[in-house]
Design a binder for this molecule. Structure first.
Ligand SMILES: Nc1ncnc2c1ncn2[C@@H]1O[C@H](COP(=O)(O)OP(=O)(O)O)[C@@H](O)[C@H]1O
Ligand SMILES: [Mg+2]
Length: 292
């Protein structure tokens, strides 16, 4: 089948409520997801599980939003809900990436008739495979579209079929889809991070009573007893929703308050923070975080 026929099939089969698109970087996953959304009738939604080259919400956060036929592209989708992972690859924080995938797809499924799931380009190696399979499982994906260049997805699609996780439709990557250099991908993230923090202000969070939501013991705001300036963190409200991100600016020891740079408005009361796994400048420059 070609892409056109595949889209027709997928749209017509309403038993395929949750459709996941997988493929390497620049395989045309987002382009395919958008074509699919354009053809779907009724309420449809996009869940963006790509943390680096993301379209719904900022990088380092997963997000979902409703599609409207009036949109020119998926970049116009307004996030209904975000989930903080704190890294630009799922491999850097797999537990959070899996938990977020489950939470967002479940939320989107409750509120839309059809859900298209865009994914990261991490498809190489057994670690990436396990992560992809786990995402298919926890999201209860009904069908998988695999955009393949030359056998690079076989180890994943074979495992999906072997485990009877979901039917798989394998399509060749469009010839118009040309791989971007890594530099271009990092420039895209840089711009998206900078855009997110463009309207940021300082927010003070009393440390007393502030909850830490960590995915592992090593996730902390401190390293060797010292606050990690520049750490990217997630901000959660009292029902545990990840409302946005911040960058650690400092600590007011006298007032016992954490000082965070964030575009999140003050009225959405923050009661918990999630330590990320990377450093970021407000201008969008990423830096490695080395622990111990
Ligand atoms: N079917 C297609 N027709 C024309 N251009 C495409 C097609 N698929 C992908 N592209 C182009 O290739 C590039 C990568 O596609 P994209 O959908 O962003 O890939 P991915 O989401 O897998 O990283 C984009 O510039 C996109 O416009
Ligand atoms: Mg994409």
């Amino acid at each position: 089948v070609n892409a056109e026929e595949a889209i027709e099939q997928l749209v017509a089969d309403r038993s395929l409520k949750r459709i996941m698109v997988i493929g390497a970087s620049d395989a045309g996953k987002t382009t395919f997801a958008e074509l699919l959304l354009r053809r779907m009738e009724g309420e449809s939604a996009l869940v963006d599980l790509d943390l680096g080259q993301s379209h719904v919400g900022p990088p380092a956060m997963l997000g979902w939003g409703r599609w409207s036929q009036e949109y020119r592209s998926v970049d116009e989708i307004r996030p209904e809900r975000l989930f903080f992972v704190g890294a630009t690859s799922p491999l850097a924080n797999p537990k959070a990436a899996i938990a977020g995938a489950a939470a967002l797809v479940s939320d989107a499924s409750d509120r839309a008739e059809r859900v298209v799931i865009d994914t990261s380009g991490a498809v190489e190696g057994s670690y990436a495979r396990h992560l992809k399979l786990e995402k298919i499982r926890v999201t209860r994906t009904d069908g998988v579209v695999a955009l393949e260049r030359g056998g690079e997805l076989e180890h994943i699609t074979n495992a999906i079929l072997h485990g009877r996780l979901a039917p798989v439709l394998v399509l060749p990557v469009a010839k118009e889809a040309v791989p971007k250099p890594a530099r271009e991908r990092s420039a895209y993230r840089h711009r998206r991070f900078a855009g997110y923090f463009a309207s940021a202000c300082l927010m003070r969070l009393p440390l007393e009573g502030l909850e830490m939501m960590a995915f592992s013991k090593q996730d902390s705001l401190f390293e060797g007893g010292r606050l990690i300036r520049g750490l990217l963190i997630g901000l959660a409200d009292r029902v545990g929703r990840h409302v946005g991100m911040g960058i650690i600016e400092g600590l007011d020891e006298e007032a016992n308050e954490l000082i965070v740079l964030t575009p999140v408005p003050r009225r959405g009361k923050i009661v918990a923070v999630l330590p990320g796994r990377m450093l970021l400048t407000p201008a969008g420059k990423e830096e490695r975080l080395r622990r111990r």
